[in-house]
Design a protein around this ligand. Structure first.
Ligand SMILES: [Zn+2]
Ligand SMILES: [Zn+2]
Length: 199
C-alpha cells in the first residue's frame, strides 16, 4: 500500500474542486487560519502589536474577516488598530497606511507550501492521472506563481492546461470560493463592468 502524505491528500481533494485547485487549497488554509485568529488569537498581545505595526489588514482580507460574522473578535482587533495606530498617526499629522497584511503573508506562505507539494504529488502516477482527468484549470495568477516557483512542475502540466475546464475568476475579488454571496457580488460587478465597457 502506498502511504500518501497529508499534502497529497489535500491536493487530491482539491482536484475535485470545480475551480482553480490552488485557490481552493490556499483559501481553505487561510480560512482556517482566520477562524483560529478570531476565536483564539485575538487576545494575543504580541500578534496584535504586529498587526498594529503593519497598519491593519488589506481591503480584501478585511472583507474576508467580516464574512465570519464574528463581530466581537473583529471589533477587538479594530478597536486596537484605531486607538493605538490610526488616531495617534492622525494626531501627528500622518496619514495611517497599511504597510503589510498578516493574511497576505500567510496566503503567500500557503501558496509556496502547496506549490512545492504539487511537484511531489504529480510524481505519483495515480495522482497525476487523477489531476489530468478531473481537475479544473489553474487561475492565471496561480499559473504564473507555479511557473516562477516550480518551473519543472509547470512544464509537466502545461501541455494539458488548454483542455482543462475553467471557472469564472473567483480569485478576482479574493472571496472564499465557496462563499456564494461573494461569488454573486463578484458576478454582479463583472456584469456592471461589462455594461460600462459597451458604452
Ligand atoms: Zn488560483
Ligand atoms: Zn491581505
Amino acid at each position: 500500500m502506498n502511504r500518501k502524505s497529508l499534502i497529497n491528500k489535500d491536493w487530491e481533494e482539491a482536484f475535485y474542486w470545480e475551480g482553480c485547485p490552488l485557490c481552493y487549497l490556499t483559501q481553505k488554509a487561510l480560512r482556517n487560519y482566520m477562524e483560529n485568529f478570531l476565536y483564539e488569537n485575538v487576545n494575543d498581545v504580541s500578534l496584535r502589536k504586529e498587526i498594529r505595526e503593519k497598519g491593519g489588514f488589506c481591503e480584501n482580507h478585511h472583507l474576508q474577516l467580516l464574512t465570519f460574522r464574528d463581530l466581537l473578535g473583529v471589533s477587538i482587533v479594530y478597536e486596537d488598530i484605531i486607538k493605538n495606530y490610526i488616531i495617534p498617526s492622525l494626531k501627528k499629522g500622518e496619514v495611517p497606511k497599511i504597510k503589510s497584511c498578516i493574511f497576505c503573508e500567510k496566503e503567500e506562505e500557503y501558496e509556496k507550501l502547496y506549490i512545492q507539494g504539487l511537484s511531489e504529488v504529480l510524481k505519483n502516477q495515480e495522482s497525476l492521472n487523477l489531476w489530468k482527468e478531473i481537475a479544473y484549470d489553474f487561475c492565471n495568477p496561480h499559473k504564473e506563481k507555479i511557473k516562477i516557483l516550480s518551473p519543472e512542475t509547470y512544464r509537466k502540466i502545461e501541455p494539458y492546461l488548454s483542455e482543462k475546464r475553467r471557472k469564472y475568476p473567483e480569485y478576482f475579488y479574493k472571496s472564499f470560493p465557496w462563499d456564494k454571496d461573494y461569488s454573486e457580488i463578484f458576478l454582479k460587478k463583472l456584469r456592471i463592468l461589462e455594461s460600462k465597457k459597451g458604452k
